[in-house]
Design a protein around this ligand. Sequence first.
Ligand code: FAD
Length: 383
Amino acid sequence: MSAALFRSSTISEDQEYSKFFGHVSNQIRIFTFPRSMSLSPTINAVDLSAMNSLGLACKAERVTDLNDLSQLPALSALACLSAPVVVLGGGSNLVLPARLERLVVRVQLKGIDLVEQRPDAWIVDVAAGENWHDFVTNSIRRGWDGLENLALIPGTVGAAPVQNIGAYGVELDSRIESVTAWHIPESRLVTFKREACGFKYRDSMFKRAGLGQWLIVRVRFCLPRPWQPVVGYPDVLRHPALAGTTPEAIRAQQIYDAVCDIRRTKLPDPAVLGNAGSFFKNPVVSESEFNALKLRFADIVSYPQADGSFKLAAGWLIERCGWKGKRQGRVGVHARQALVLVNYGQATASELLDLAAAIKQSVLKAFGVVLEIEPVLVSDAGD
Ligand SMILES: Cc1cc2nc3c(=O)[nH]c(=O)nc-3n(C[C@H](O)[C@H](O)[C@H](O)COP(=O)(O)OP(=O)(O)OC[C@H]3O[C@@H](n4cnc5c(N)ncnc54)[C@H](O)[C@@H]3O)c2cc1C
């Protein structure tokens, strides 16, 4: 991240950072801290298998909790002495190694605040450690509509911008006003307007920067009013929760109910069968590549993009290569959703990645298309 990108301002010693959260109006703004609190005591030799949705066994040498923003400078001081830290949210988009010597920081920051009720939007601040689905549920209950299509995605609010979560026609970036993050190596708190976050499909500049660089502490949502339903997906539109409702009469609660029900039916529950949701991104190809594929595979599933390219359904490609429901030792491809790789129990990251490599190879051979892994691969060596 280039220093030229930053517009900086310094908070005077006796002013509290929290007072300034309401005053951020520039594209990017930096804060420094008046006071610093020490980190929570480090716990040694922690088994992370229950803290990652794939259920991979991982012994972490040192784990600490971040409960308060004033602990951030202490975190940076500790981080500069060792390899980059691993920031851990709900662990639902991570592939962990068997052993981690790197310091693991669990983000436990809490708080939800309605900042402003504008005629054109609800503006809501949410701390990074809040559970994503609980926040969505809470917001629909309070009438802050707009996140219903993203219901039941596991994980935390702070991780949601990292891969710009999306589902059923809504991408998170369309609901974000700004993201406030701590730059761990440089010990600085920065607020990025949405345009500065480099959001793309399942990607952002926070993900591209690599582990241990940015720790997101707060997300400011902008939920447009009047609310407009997004029901482009046939599964949602035809769901019984929307039955008999005209497009004008649809309510956010109905979409929320439909999305929750569809997800419960289609996706394995990580509490029952370890998984990280989609293991591969949907690949994007040019129009000419798509036309060539369409000639060979008339029923190929695709979604035209605004720039003329085509997004292909990775699940369809994998299924056509015969992987759906296949098991390879302690790992496998889910029987109902070919995009989801599962851990049948006691599997290691390398078993899972071997399976992923075999799938990638056969999709490349059959279609000439390169699949990219979606979850973050954590190594113990640093990135
Ligand atoms: C059953 C299932 C279904 C899923 N469905 C979807 C879906 O429909 N759409 C979708 O987009 N994703 C989906 N996912 C993926 C996952 O839920 C999201 O990526 C989620 O945002 C991850 O949140 P987390 O808190 O678990 O992050 P973690 O897995 O803990 O971390 C993921 C990455 O974010 C980083 N990170 C975590 N917290 C912070 C923070 N505060 N600051 C900076 N970096 C941080 C981590 O270091 C890591 O690099 C699904 C996963 C599962 C298991």
